[in-house]
Design a binder for this molecule. Sequence first.
Ligand SMILES: Cc1cc2nc3c(=O)[nH]c(=O)nc-3n(C[C@H](O)[C@H](O)[C@H](O)COP(=O)(O)OP(=O)(O)OC[C@H]3O[C@@H](n4cnc5c(N)ncnc54)[C@H](O)[C@@H]3O)c2cc1C
Length: 392
Amino acid sequence: MQIIILGAGYAGLRTALDLDQMLRERGRDDKVVLVDQFSYHQIVQILHLTATDRSPQEKAIYELTPLLRKTSVEFVQGHVKLVVPDQREVQFDDGRVLTYDRLVLALGAETDFRDVPGAREHTFPLRTYQHAVRLRDHLIAQFEAAARTNDPVEQRILMTTAVVGGGYTGCQFSGELAGWVSELCQRTGAPRGHARIALLHRNPRLLEHFERSSSLEAARVLDQLGVSIYLDTSVTSVEPHLLRVNDGRILRAATLVWAGGIRAPALLANSGFVVDEIGRVLVDRYMRVHDQALVFAMGDCAAIPDGSGSVVPSTASYAMRQGEHMAESLLAEVMGRAPRSYEPLKLGELVSLGPKDAVGSPLGLPARGYPLILLKKGIEQYYRASIESPSL
Ligand SMILES: Cc1cc2nc3c(=O)[nH]c(=O)nc-3n(C[C@H](O)[C@H](O)[C@H](O)COP(=O)(O)OP(=O)(O)OC[C@H]3O[C@@H](n4cnc5c(N)ncnc54)[C@H](O)[C@@H]3O)c2cc1C
């Protein structure tokens, strides 16, 4: 059987590694093919550290070919254009075609600019390693430019960063940037007093999928770090170095970061899969795609029922566990056994806010402070070990 997994992110890589190991242990020669547009696996959860120069390249990405060397997984690099389920085909931009017996969609999500005029053209998204590097270099260049001018108005604009969206990405990036600003001023000679970070969120509270107490605590921490938070504030249009918001106000900033929403890749709807309002493929409790016996979907690109009328949140921790479960389900397919349904396990949420503070509710218990940073680092180290030595 040829099993193709589209997307070597948290969910897809986990499935490929676990399934490969399970098949080899059973002496099976089924083929596992892992596809990604990049040559590397990204540790997306630390991209806000890359964007604030706190993490070297080798920590944010893993080249896939060496990572998979000790496995039987075949890696194919290419940008997928379309899936044609009737012909069991995956089509690439460059004309290549692969044929599958089973297909897993693990393509993650892209930035949703929500059709706000100018947002796509004039803001920085933060979803990929390349985005993070571009944002970091831009920030350094703005502070360097501020050091070269004596005009205080220009300095203020150059040293202002506006972050749109108060979810994981926006909050973690704002906190990390607040911690980096003093060092950046020292390094470039820009005047510290003009640096400003504004976090704009269209809902009444940040991190709304967190426990209420945790999201209020996160806002307090960011406020203490000097981040100005604007709640119930939607951006209506964007121009170079300028945001307009719903109450008519204008914010001038040389760095505009867009973390205001995610959408699943359009190729999923274009391939004829049934999708929800943000393009996620509808699946059942087995993560099998609606009306498709041979196709599964998971991670940020799938709308997975959580058993209580809602869908499972789009986070790395859920994506990894879905990846593990998917490997078991595919093994069941190969062996002709009935799969187990996926039951999301709620382990709580955790958001870092700068290098020294974090907020969350691990295992449902509200907590704050440096021990949570250590917990987050521990989880990350465990993850790294699990992909570097898949048998762990
Ligand atoms: C800055 C930031 C910080 C975050 N922090 C946290 C956190 O602290 N905790 C947490 O739980 N979650 C966090 N998240 C969310 C988390 O990263 C995502 O939920 C997670 O990455 C989803 O995993 P996935 O496998 O579904 O998709 P991804 O990890 O995004 O993988 C998708 C893969 O598909 C590939 N791909 C996409 N389109 C194509 C195509 N057309 N052709 C070929 N390949 C393609 C991509 O290159 C990518 O490798 C954060 C997200 C961001 C952006």
